[in-house]
Design a protein. Structure first.
Length: 302
């Protein structure tokens, strides 16, 4: 990705360094390649001088000419890199096809940043690349994206919009699961609930027999909260009988473990986004939280 404000100063530094390097290589002593380059430059100078296109001595002309070569080379590289980064050419000449390019594509970071990350790795860590390159790159990209998300979420805010969900959100999506795995219930918006785990099944049984619960629903996948690391779909919406609890409406996420260390960082990040989302749009009557059982839920609402 090109950053216009810093591009020109960086290119000027690169041109200067390249020009100095070209001059040093063309004047190096006891170097057959340098001698060949020097001969070619002197022949080119002789033709230009004979044609009356310069009055400068060879040394001055050579320096100006190498400056032009450096500028042309740098601009050509910028153009090719722009074409590569925007997928305007199929074959990569400058970015390469190695780990830097793969990580840059997967993490959406610049290749300079990826290079700095790779260079900062310890040798034992980077040696894992040799054992299983595909697995190493996949895990590295996931870790980079998780850390990016953590930084983004710290500054994340939500704003109210006019969009609303209709009540048909619960009937629009027809259950496709095997009904042999369904639990018959009485307080759910459906007559059956499909659960994903033993913990959820126990949670449903307690919800369905609770005297405080009026109605509850397992939220469909079409109900989601946008986050920087992907859409987040909470598990449950629960309505309690007014007067028996302080939070009449509750949005719950059920997890087998309450320790954030046991949750994948990407999931923990989504949950933190959901907390910010509900703090913005809800009143004291509505609460969102993560619980691992019905007892924990009642501690939060009473």
């Amino acid at each position: 990705m090109l950053v216009i404000k810093t591009l020109l100063p960086e290119l000027k530094k690169l041109v200067t360094a390249l020009s100095e390097d070209l001059l040093a290589r063309s004047t190096a002593k006891n170097d057959p390649y340098s001698a060949k380059v020097d001969t070619g430059l002197r022949e080119a100078y002789a033709q230009i001088e004979q044609g009356g296109r310069t009055a400068d001595p060879f040394e001055v002309w050579r320096e100006d000419y190498l400056d032009q070569v450096a500028v042309a080379w740098v601009l050509a590289c910028v153009f090719v890199r722009f074409m590569e980064d925007n997928h305007l050419i199929d074959e990569c000449w400058l970015a390469g096809e190695g780990e830097r390019r793969k990580l840059a594509e997967d993490s959406q970071l610049t290749r300079r940043t990826i290079a700095a990350i790779l260079q900062g790795m310890s040798d034992p860590t980077f040696d894992q690349y040799k054992v299983n390159p595909e697995d190493f790159l996949a895990k590295a990209a996931r870790l980079i994206n998780e850390q990016k998300a953590t930084v983004i979420v710290e500054h994340l805010t939500y704003d109210m919009v006019d969009d609303r969900y209709d009540s048909d959100i619960f009937t629009r999506e027809k259950p496709k699961e095997d009904f042999s795995k369904a639990i018959p219930v009485t307080r759910h918006v459906y007559e059956y609930v499909f659960t994903d785990s033993k913990n959820e099944r126990e949670f449903v049984r307690e919800l369905d027999t609770s005297v405080e619960v009026v109605v509850y629903a397992k939220l469909p996948r079409s109900f989601f909260i946008p986050t920087p690391v992907g859409n987040y779909n909470p598990d449950w919406a629960i309505a309690f009988e007014e007067g028996k609890v302080k939070h009449i409406y509750f949005i719950a996420e059920t997890k087998g473990s309450m320790s954030s260390m046991d949750l994948r960082l990407i999931e923990d990040t989504k949950i933190e986004c959901a907390r910010k989302f509900f703090r913005k749009i809800t009143s004291d009557q509505v609460k969102y939280d993560v619980v691992n059982n019905y007892g924990k839920l009642m501690e939060l609402v009473k």
